[in-house]
Ligand binder design. Structure first.
Ligand SMILES: NC(=O)c1ccc[n+]([C@@H]2O[C@H](COP(=O)([O-])OP(=O)(O)OC[C@H]3O[C@@H](n4cnc5c(N)ncnc54)[C@H](O)[C@@H]3O)[C@@H](O)[C@H]2O)c1
Length: 399
């Protein structure tokens, strides 16, 4: 059995390594030859934790990477589905990926889409395939199996997180048996429509919950209360589980997938629309809080402060910078040119534009410390600097 993974980004690359380590022969295909070259020369890693798994998969000799689609038994589509400006899903990558293998499909093959899809798209892809290859009707399986990888724990999460397998054509249990070759997590079989909806409402739920916590933090600051204390008091109720506030939603999925529902079903996605508004507002609110504090410092001290920004990745304890709100806040403050700024990001070695400094050094030189991401390395030193804590590192100072 040969499995071809189409698209070697965060998802496809991780999936390829997991499957090869489980003894499955994998062809990794990406249309971007830069990605393929970087994988082949060992310089490409979705994240550092993958290196040892990549080495062991290579040793097993079960992976090849190519920039041309090749014939296989099972095809897994893992290309990107970004949102357009208006929130509509950009389907061109998925369409092209399917087009690239339509002529390679044979009876007995399985086609699995892991890229996040808007509602009804698996059926549309099925029609696209069978319009061109009607002789394959009843001869292949087509399923939508949305990815549930967790950044920072990508390898283990592919193996252990429960998955939904949504049948569109053929035998869903055959697809389930394939996933069981490399997964330990529970696998739920359903229709492709239910799998599409479950993925979208899952990510939208998180989006709305994050917005709610961030709305509370702005409200609490307005009325002079510590949001962290108030939320933990509310959470003592057995049915309540309000999240901790943050600077906003980042990453590859949560800020994007809810927009597909919002675009396609605006009348039934009001809560997502409001959550998007709150998410944008929270980021700008953080920028305002920092700006006011910096200007107050300038007024009192007759000089620009040194500001250390703590954290740049999109969530705690990962190096992942996709749609990082921290990065966009630091960019905005830099553009204002009101302070001398440094960044502390223990999870990355180099971030190009910003000079990265160590935590201790930041505490020794900074006038103002701004916590943007609650990395485990961060602590509150209690020394002679001002603190702006958006993410609860200090609790007492958190806003
Ligand atoms: N990253 C996550 O945390 C995450 C989690 C769950 C689901 N997803 C979903 O998984 C999908 C993939 O996400 P990702 O983060 O790996 O994307 P990515 O942008 O990191 O990688 C996509 C890769 O696909 C390649 N590609 C694009 N079109 C191609 C084509 N026609 N043929 C071959 N290769 C092609 C690109 O060159 C790129 O290397 C998306 O739909 C995303 O929403 C992602």
């Amino acid at each position: 059995m040969i499995v071809e993974v189409i698209g070697l980004g965060f998802i496809g690359f991780t999936m390829s390594i997991v499957m090869a380590n489980a003894g499955i022969s994998v062809i990794g295909y990406d249309e971007n030859s830069g990605v393929v070259c970087a994988i082949n020369d060992g310089s490409y890693f979705g994240c550092n934790e993958m290196k040892r798994y990549f080495d062991s998969a290579l040793e097993a000799g079960l992976m090849v990477f190519t920039n041309k689609p090749l014939k296989a038994n099972i095809y897994i589509v893992a290309v990107q589905t970004p949102a357009l400006e208006n929130g509509k899903a950009e389907m061109v990558y998925v369409n092209n990926a399917i087009e690239s293998i339509i002529d390679l499909l044979s009876p007995g093959n399985m086609l699995i889409v892991e890229s996040t899809l808007p509602l009804g798209e698996t059926e549309r892809l099925r029609a696209l395939i069978f319009n061109r290859r009607p002789e394959l009707i009843g001869e292949i399986s087509i399923a939508y199996c949305p990815e549930r990888i967790s950044a920072g724990d990508s390898y283990e999460s592919v193996i252990n997180n429960p998955r939904i397998v949504g049948e569109c054509e053929g035998d869903v249990y055959e697809v389930k048996r394939f996933y069981e070759l490399f997964m330990r997590g529970k696998i739920y079989c359903t229709t492709s429509a239910k799998a599409e909806m479950s993925k979208l409402i899952e990510n939208s739920s998180r989006y709305v919950q994050i917005a709610y916590a961030n709305e509370i933090s702005i409200l609490c600051e307005r009325v002079g209360l510590n949001a962290w204390e108030v939320i933990s008091l509310a959470n003592t109720h057995q049915s309540i589980n309000i999240l901790n506030p943050s600077i906003g939603v980042g990453g590859g999925c949560i800020p994007i997938d809810p927009l597909f529902l919002m675009h396609d079903y605006p009348e039934n996605s009001r809560i997502i629309e409001v959550s998007k508004h709150i998410d944008d507002k929270k980021k700008n609110w953080c920028i305002d809080v920092i700006t006011k504090r910096v200007l107050l410092f300038c007024e009192k001290e007759y000089r620009r402060p040194v500001v250390a920004f703590m954290g740049l990745s999109y969530k705690p304890n990962v190096s992942d910078m996709r749609n990082s709100v921290a990065l966009s806040i630091v960019d905005k403050i830099r553009d204002k040119d009101i302070c001398d700024l440094f960044v502390v990001e223990p999870n990355i070695m180099d971030c190009g534009i910003y000079k990265l400094i160590k935590i201790d050094y930041a505490y020794s030189i900074a006038d103002i410390i701004v916590f943007l991401v609650a990395h485990k390395e961060f602590f509150f030193s209690g020394d002679n600097h001002q603190v702006i804590d958006f993410v609860g590192v200090t609790k007492r100072h958190a806003i």
